[in-house]
Design a protein around this ligand. Structure first.
Ligand SMILES: [Zn+2]
Length: 370
């Protein structure tokens, strides 16, 4: 059936079969060959799987599953010059099954892939992907996640929903995200690394990630975050990136975004689960020279809070996006079960961002402005 897949491609391409360097005399489903070989062989591998509706390559006396391999799978190379990655990506586009962590997309049938295959001659899978876009089939972050699951990164930006943390494995390659600011408050994106690991957080203002707005690059075991003053910066799109500096293990990333103020002489209760990382409240009505005092108190002896106050300078737009290290006040050293408290005397009026980081634990924080 694999060889028939080659014949079908040759027929569809009118005997103009794509060049396939490094395919002969041998090629391996898990190994880098070339973009041309990975496309012609990956298509045939997928063709077989699609015909039998069985996501594996069945060779002569062995089988290779197409569903399981992802980043870090032993003996597998990465990218679109690996035929098994191409076959796995096509399988994950067509199937409805979601797989952790990035394949949450499926078309339920191979029809769209087939249409693009018949409509064009593709020299590589990258060609095929561009042609799929010109055919007006979905090439957005949903299917890009299916490709990323198979280590093919054509610009995937994992969407972040408001106030929902994601757990992701070791960033063996930079992990890229996307969120849109929708409320005129202080949103915060936070990255909590595993114990002993140093992962850093970069925030870009454009999808190609050429416009770096701020970076939070604190050391091992420290939650990095970047805050945006949407009171002053126009609503729009942001692109966080997580990079591993040292250490290994899964991490959490969360976008705190809402529309909640913490008025003077009031309290907010903030439940945090084990995977929850960050919450934010706007502290408005602050006048120059006035003092803000904030206290966060855990409900559980295992909860470890860190508390920050973020402020921007209306005369300096560069301060509208800033990392944890630029907070105007912070309290982070008291340890598990202990309240954290900070006091700040404002030098200018405005809305400040009160950021609560859940370093660890489960329970409900009480955030008080006095
Ligand atoms: Zn072949």
């Amino acid at each position: 059936m694999h060889e028939l897949g080659h014949a079908v491609m040759d027929e569809a391409y009118k005997d103009n079969f794509p060049a396939a360097p490094n395919c002969f005399p041998t090629h391996f489903i898990q190994a880098v060959s070339s973009a041309g070989c990975a496309w012609t062989e990956g298509f045939a591998d997928w063709y077989q799987a699609a015909v039998y509706a069985d996501p594996e390559y069945a060779g002569d006396g062995f089988t290779v599953g197409l569903e399981g391999p992802t980043w870090g799978t032993p003996d597998w190379d990465n990218g679109d010059a690996v035929e098994g990655r191409v076959a796995g990506a096509m399988n994950d586009i067509a199937d409805s099954a979601a797989e952790p962590y990035w394949d949450n997309y499926g078309e339920g049938a191979p029809g769209h892939l087939w249409d693009t295959f018949l409509n064009h001659r593709s020299a590589t899978f990258h060609d095929f992907w561009n042609q799929r876009g010109t055919d007006n089939f979905d090439v957005s972050d949903g299917p890009l996640g299916s490709l990323f699951q198979n280590t093919i990164d054509y610009g995937f930006r994992n969407p972040l929903a408001d106030n929902q943390s994601l757990t992701r494995p070791d960033p063996l390659t930079p992990h890229n995200y996307h969120f849109t600011t929708t409320t005129v408050f202080w949103p915060v994106v936070a990255l909590r690394p595993p114990a002993g690991a140093d992962y850093d957080l970069f925030l870009y203002g454009d999808r190609p990630q050429t416009q770096l707005l701020a970076a939070s690059q604190l050391g091992a075991g420290t939650t990095d975050f970047v805050a945006v003053d949407s009171n002053r910066r126009p609503l729009g799109d942001y692109y966080p990136q997580v990079r591993a500096i040292s250490g290994h293990g899964p991490y959490q990333i969360e976008l705190a975004q809402g529309a909640s103020q913490l008025p003077a002489a009031s309290s907010a209760t903030i439940p945090m689960g084990a995977n929850d990382v960050v919450a934010v409240r706007d502290v408005c009505g602050v006048t120059a020279g006035s003092t803000v005092t904030l206290t966060v108190t855990p409900s559980d002896p295992g909860q470890d809070a860190e508390l920050f106050l973020m402020g921007s300078d209306p005369a300096q737009p560069s301060t509208f996006v800033q990392p944890r290290s630029a907070s105007v006040a912070q309290a982070a050293g008291a340890g598990p079960g202990q309240p954290e408290s900070l006091t700040y005397t404002a030098t200018s009026a405005g809305c400040f961002g009160a950021v609560v980081v859940n370093k660890g634990g489960v329970g409900t924080y009480t955030l008080t402005r006095s």
